[in-house]
Design a protein around this ligand. Sequence first.
Ligand SMILES: [Zn+2]
Length: 91
Amino acid sequence: MGDMDCGPGDRGCRETLREIERFLDGELDEDLTVGIRLHLSGCDPCTQRTEFRRHLKVMISSKCAERAVPPELLARISGLLARGDLASPPG
Ligand SMILES: [Zn+2]
């Protein structure tokens, strides 16, 4: 109680930031999501941290995606699938 709570609403900054990862992943239930949105709408420090994490996540995920599936490979796979080579037995 009274632990660095700076924002409005029932939710404090610490509680908000503790759930922020799952909030960004969309893994929280609606009640929690609404509560965090409410807190963010009135708390600049938490909003800034959330935005920072969101950008970080997007950057990381786009880099990982590039590395995991090269465009050439994607093109080859979709080409094979289109021709049905993967489905038909060899010979
Ligand atoms: Zn806050």
